[in-house]
Design a protein around this ligand. Structure first.
Ligand code: HEC
Ligand code: HEC
Ligand code: HEC
Ligand code: HEC
Ligand code: HEC
Length: 460
């Protein structure tokens, strides 16, 4: 008996000291763990409790056309996502099913209707619609105060599918559904639930677009994600410049009133690769336009140098229009780099940085603005479920800049001026990663030149 007390006291001591407080999300609070999505009843629902977007299109046809072809409408069928997800499901023995599904195919998660069998993923047609109308408009609240980091993350929303559609208006009336005003839908906090991907076990912030925005000059001026991503692109560019919220009139429903303020639904980001792969040319073109508006380049170089001398130049990249870091989100995969070429008066290349090799991969020495993710052994990894930390994060903060320095030897005899050409280039993924994920279907990945600049140096 004496020993029993001793052992139990020691055991209680050990439990109190060594068991962490409830810092990890648990499956009883979150029925679809590791996704933090919940239904209002706490129970799974039938997939058809969500309505198909084509039903909404009957009355909201303009909004439907904008959404169809957006990365939200492709969030589930996206071939790059599917390849990485299915690999994740295999490597984690199913842990990644709900984790990734909670944001990319939430209907399938809350209806417990995603199954990987004989290497084939099975689900219902409405899950394949990705982030669709009825999912977003039946989101009732954010559970951010109950997440391990008290930040919105990993789909920390409550969905209440049914007749009430929640939106920005206090006075809207519809013959088809009930309406309710939702302040949440009018702020970045709404987007944040899905635009922050944290590792569910070690809580590392793999994607943190919302946090980047939250401490930016945009947030300080009340500018929300919606003001740039749910607005015609020229208005978003203007907003980034003036730091004033945009105004855009329209008619949300063919049978409803004209409104002074209405938000569009293309959700243009940077993805011109998958949008064009899936045949959504309009969305792909708009993403290119957005990328070309995001940054500016400046070259600092001496106006003249001695022949044969060591010359230093620098290139400054400024994030002028992104409301978060540039690039953001999958920063361990996205490629934004400087391609710098220096040529002499005869057109010979005397320096180059940022070249692609014959296989289409980027020179290891290239100046790239990204994050390097590693697993617990410190090996580089592109698999979100393995990431424990970033070795570095070289993305550029909102309205911030990065300066890259280069050095080269001027030609030894003066034969005329040298030309410096700098281009800021963007590619959605490394070519080798696309080849690995998409196999024989992998296209040669397109590149967008976001900005360029030239300078001339006289040689004496
Ligand atoms: C919290 C929500 C959330 C979770 C959880 C999540 N994602 Fe994502 N995922 C996103 C968002 C938002 C983007 C878009 C970011 C961007 O475009 O930069 C994205 C983009 C991607 C892309 C890039 C697709 C493309 O076409 O470029 C891949 C691949 C991907 N996710 C895979 C996964 C995998 C695998 C998991 C699970 C291990 C996962 N995601 C979990 C929200 C999530
Ligand atoms: C029969 C026509 C009709 C159909 C079908 C329809 N709606 Fe509506 N909806 C309306 C009308 C009318 C309004 C009011 C518009 C206004 O006041 O500007 C409206 C308003 C809304 C609002 C704004 C609510 C607010 O208070 O801010 C949302 C969100 C919405 N609808 C979502 C949907 C979704 C999602 C679907 C598909 C599941 C859908 N609607 C299907 C007619 C329809
Ligand atoms: C990613 C989530 C998301 C998806 C998907 C989505 N919406 Fe919205 N929608 C919003 C948000 C957020 C607002 C309000 C923006 C604001 O006021 O700041 C909104 C606004 C609306 C409005 C009010 C008018 C307006 O445009 O401002 C209607 C109507 C509407 N959505 C219908 C739809 C329909 C129909 C679809 C599918 C074709 C759809 N939505 C898809 C998030 C979404
Ligand atoms: C239910 C989860 C969810 C919500 C809510 C959500 N998103 Fe997304 N969003 C995603 C996912 C998942 C993707 C990535 C799809 C892919 O790349 O396969 C995405 C992609 C995007 C993209 C395209 C990124 C690119 O690379 O082109 C933009 C822009 C975007 N979302 C903006 C928003 C904004 C603004 C809001 C809030 C009004 C919002 N999202 C709300 C899940 C969500
Ligand atoms: C001031 C305008 C502005 C605001 C505010 C803004 N964005 Fe962006 N966003 C951009 C621009 C410009 C790009 C293209 C450059 C880039 O990729 O960063 C972009 C790109 C993106 C991408 C694609 C990133 C990639 O490289 O794949 C996502 C996802 C995204 N934004 C989500 C959000 C979310 C979520 C918010 C709110 C927390 C937000 N944005 C706020 C302007 C804005």
């Amino acid at each position: 008996m004496k020993y029993f007390f001793l052992i139990s006291t020691v055991a209680i001591f050990i439990v109190t000291i060594f068991c962490p407080p409830l810092s990890f999300a648990s499956s009883d609070k979150f029925p679809f763990y590791p996704s933090l999505i919940r239904t209002d009843t706490g129970k799974p629902v039938l997939p058809n409790s969500f309505e198909q977007p084509t039903i909404c299109s009957g009355c909201h046809s303009e909004i439907f056309t904008q959404w169809k072809g957006s990365m939200h409408s492709s969030a589930f069928v996206d071939p790059v996502f599917q390849a990485l997800w299915q690999l994740g499901i295999k490597e984690t023995q199913g842990f990644a099913t709900n984790l990734c599904g909670g944001c990319h195919g939430a209907v399938g998660v809350v209806s417990s209707d995603i199954l990987m069998k004989d290497n084939v993923l099975h689900t219902n047609p409405i899950t394949r619609e990705g982030v669709q109308c009825d999912l977003c408009h039946t989101i009732k609240e954010s559970m951010f105060l109950e997440t391990p980091t008290y930040e919105p993350q990993n789909a920390s929303v409550v969905v209440a599918p049914g007749s009430v559609k929640r939106g920005p208006y206090k006075d809207s009336v519809s013959p088809y559904h009930e309406t309710a005003y939702s302040e949440l839908h009018t702020t970045s906090k709404f987007c944040a639930n899905c635009h922050q991907v944290f590792h569910p076990v070690n809580n590392f912030h793999i994607e943190r677009t919302y946090d980047e925005w939250k401490y930016s000059v945009y947030a300080q001026n009340g500018i929300q994600c919606q003001d740039c991503h749910m607005m015609p692109i020229e208005k978003a560019i203007e907003t980034a410049r003036t730091l004033k919220r945009p105004q855009h009139a329209g008619q949300p429903c063919s049978m409803g009133p004209k409104r002074d303020q209405m938000f569009t639904h293309e959700f243009i980001g940077a993805n011109f690769t998958v949008t064009s792969l899936l045949g959504h040319k309009n969305h792909a073109d708009l993403a290119v336009q957005r990328l070309k508006s995001a940054a500016s380049l400046d070259i600092t170089a001496p106006s003249s140098v001695q022949a044969g001398s060591l010359v230093h130049i620098s290139v400054k990249v400024t994030n002028v229009a992104a409301g978060h870091n540039l690039p953001t989100s999958l920063t361990e995969v996205r490629q934004m780099w400087l391609d710098v070429t220096i040529i002499d008066a005869q057109g010979n290349e005397i320096f180059r940085s940022g070249r692609l090799n014959a296989l289409g991969d980027l020179d290891e020495e290239a100046r790239i603005f990204n994050a390097a993710a590693v697993d617990k052994e410190g090996r580089h990894t592109y698999k979100p479920w393995e990431i424990v930390r970033f070795e570095y994060n070289k993305t550029i903060p909102p309205k911030g800049f990065a300066i890259e320095r280069f050095a080269f030897i001027a030609p030894s005899s003066a034969q005329g001026p040298i030309k410096v050409k700098a281009i800021l280039r963007y590619r959605s993924y490394p070519q080798s990663l696309a080849n690995k994920l998409l196999g024989k279907d992998a296209p040669v990945l397109p590149i967008v030149d976001m900005a360029d600049r030239e300078a001339t140096i006289q040689v004496q």
